[in-house]
Design a protein around this ligand. Structure first.
Ligand code: NAD
Length: 497
């Protein structure tokens, strides 16, 4: 069976008749199929979104808010079903996917309210007879291109503010996890047809068309830096607005005053959540030298107690990785580090318990050098490389020693360290004793090669609004500064009295 796409409020098959297999990472079995969408399919969806735009844009904000709240409530009622599907296609433990559904529903509720809060402002005009309005307007059709690691949450961070701002959207889910997104057809049917459309297919086909079409007006993308760079290049000649949420290589600094009983499980969770496949996964740990040995030994002991298994098993802490090539990349980076002198304290292999599934044991590495690939390239897997540091200056320098700048964590209660850390570390999010939390009201996004633009918070809706300045004079009178210039005093340049 092939699950249909969702275009203009209807379930539709792909025009090519070809299908993409969706595989269960825990068993390697095929779960289902989705259409391999074509350029033609993408165009149908873009046309539907353009047709729906004028009416959605002029729908009163309070009505939009009601509809977005309805989306949130429908999502809550289908949460268990979607979370289960997401575990079967993406591998993440069910408990984590239940959280993802809850956060996504809360985000729709948040933007339902933010969207009706304001649509611009009145500014002082330059003459008494005038009104100057700063209007915030929707762009039109937004292409939302989403990765597989948090497919529902990251889709929501785009779709909820885009709709609240009056845009219509076309969503392209990742081909790794399209099934859970397609289940939103029964949720988005709360909205007018064409307001939201879902097209499955390859990034190089459907994605490219969404990016380059003259009939999409903004591209909101979350994914790898390489694809983000390609999208930026493709959209540059079109001067199309892009919003890019890209890769990361987040540091975690553990200071000498940290409570090791908290820091050990905190670092492990920040690095291993979703098998390390979080854009803000901790991928570099720097521990003050005086506690390095104690910390690393206790971390390795703790990591060994975590249970690796299928995401549907409620006793599982760390599920399989999403696909074989992602695991192969992790294996290559660990092998490279070991070949160059790193030491594995635990993990570093596929768990012998499973003959199938894309499992990789949570791994702790020491003997790390800054120029190893595992300290420079995004790993996106369950690996914790740890290095010691001496002075706090050194810790900051190490934290900044990356081309990425998504998030950065620190464990300390030293106020001087904390202030220096949040001021000097170049990252979009700083977590102090609070690894990897989100807040719908707080903007999220990257610096450097981790992206541009922000999701969530008031910034998150501003990304989907274009600014227009209206100059309005109530009096229809000739202005004193028009022609003929003869009326001006040649010396002073001011009007002759
Ligand atoms: P990816 O870049 O391979 O794919 C992301 C999406 O882009 C998918 O839907 C894919 O089909 C599509 N795509 C691929 N090629 C395209 C093209 N030429 N044109 C248009 N679309 C195209 O990323 P992924 O493997 O799905 O996700 C993992 C990456 O996402 C990691 O690098 C991770 O750090 C990043 N990520 C970033 C954030 C963030 O908020 N910064 C959040 C989650 C994941």
């Amino acid at each position: 069976m092939t699950r249909p796409m969702w275009i203009n409020g209807e379930f539709v098959d792909g025009t090519s008749g070809e299908a993409i297999e969706v595989v269960n990472p825990a068993t390697e079995e095929v779960v289902d199929h989705v259409p391999a969408g074509t350029v033609e399919d993408a165009r149908r969806a873009i046309a539907a979104a353009n047709e729906a735009f004028p009416s959605w844009r002029s729908t009163p904000s309070v009505e939009k808010a009601d509809l977005l709240h309805e989306v949130a409530s429908k999502l809550r009622s289908k949460a268990e079903e979607i979370a289960t599907t997401l575990t079967l296609e993406g591998g993440k433990p069910l408990i984590e996917n239940r959280d993802e559904m809850g956060w996504s529903a809360a985000c729709f509720d948040y933007y339902a309210e933010i969207g009706r809060h304001s649509r611009g402002r009145v500014i002082p005009s330059i003459e008494a007879s005038q009104l100057s309005l700063v209007l915030k307007e929707p762009y039109g059709v937004v292409a939302c291109i989403v990765p597989w690691n948090y497919p529902i949450l990251l889709m929501t961070w785009k779709v909820a503010p885009a709709l609240a701002a009056g845009n219509t959207v076309v969503i392209k889910p990742s081909s790794v996890t399209p099934l859970s997104t397609l289940m939103f057809a029964d949720i988005f049917d709360a909205l007018p047809p064409g307001g939201v459309n879902i097209v499955t297919g390859a990034g190089s086909v459907v994605g490219d068309e969404l990016v380059t079409s003259p009939d999409t007006h903004l591209v909101a993308f979350t994914g790898s830096t390489a694809v983000g760079q390609r999208i930026a290049a493709l959209t540059a000649p079109l001067v199309k607005k892009v919003h890019l949420e890209l890769g990361g290589k987040d540091p975690f600094v553990v200071c000498e005053d940290a409570d090791v009983d908290v820091a050990v499980p905190g670092v492990a969770w920040a690095a291993l959540l979703n098998a390390g496949q979080v854009c803000t996964s901790t991928e570099r740990v720097y521990v003050q030298r005086s506690m390095f040995e104690d910390f690393t030994e206790r971390l390795a002991d703790y990591v060994q107690t975590l249970r690796v298994g299928p995401g549907m098993d409620p006793t599982t802490d760390v599920g399989p990785m999403a696909r074989a090539p992602y695991r192969a990349k992790v294996e290559a980076q660990v092998q490279d580090a070991v070949a160059r002198g790193a030491r594995i304290l635990t993990g570093g292999r596929r768990p012998p318990l499973f003959s199938r599934g894309f499992y990789y044991e949570p791994t702790v590495l020491v003997g790390i050098e800054p120029d190893m690939e595992i300290m420079r390239e995004e790993t996106f897997g369950p690996v914790i490389p740890i290095a010691p540091y001496g002075t706090f200056d050194e810790a900051i320098e190490l934290a900044n020693s990356s081309v990425y700048g998504l998030g950065a964590n620190i464990y300390t209660n030293n106020a001087v360290y904390i202030k220096r850390f949040y001021e000097e570390v170049k990252a979009g999010t700083i977590w102090v004793n609070d690894p990897l939390t989100d807040n719908d009201a707080g903007p999220f996004g990257g610096m450097k090669l981790s992206g541009m633009g922000r999701e969530l918070g008031e910034e998150g809706i501003e990304e989907f609004r274009e600014t227009k300045h209206v100059h309005w004079d109530f009096s229809m009178e000739k202005k004193g500064w028009w022609y003929p210039y003869e009326q001006y005093n040649r010396e002073s340049g001011y009007l002759e009295e």
